[in-house]
Design a protein around this ligand. Structure first.
Ligand SMILES: [Zn+2]
Length: 75
C-alpha cells in the first residue's frame, strides 16, 4: 500500500516508518517527525512575506498622507 504523502524515514537508523501516523521508529524507538504535505512550509513563508508587504505598504501610505496633510512634499 502506497501513501501519497512523502514519509521521512527514521533520522537515527534510517528505517522506513510503517504507517503515516507512526510516532516512533519500530526499529530503534526514536520519535519520528510528523509527515508534512509538500510545500506547506513554502506557503506559510509566502503568506508571512505577503503579510509583511501589506503592513509595509500601509505604513508607507499612512506616512505619505500625514506628510501631505502637514503641507510637505513627498519628493
Ligand atoms: Zn530508527
Amino acid at each position: 500500500m502506497r501513501h501519497p504523502v512523502v514519509l521521512p524515514p527514521c533520522p537515527t537508523c534510517g528505517a522506513m516508518r510503517q504507517a503515516p501516523d507512526s510516532r516512533f521508529c519500530v526499529q530503534c524507538g526514536t520519535p519520528l517527525p510528523a509527515p508534512r504535505k509538500k510545500h506547506t512550509a513554502l506557503w506559510i513563508t509566502l503568506g508571512i512575506l505577503m503579510l509583511l508587504l501589506a503592513c509595509t505598504a500601509i505604513v508607507v501610505i499612512t506616512n505619505a498622507l500625514a506628510i501631505l496633510d502637514h503641507g510637505g512634499t513627498l519628493i
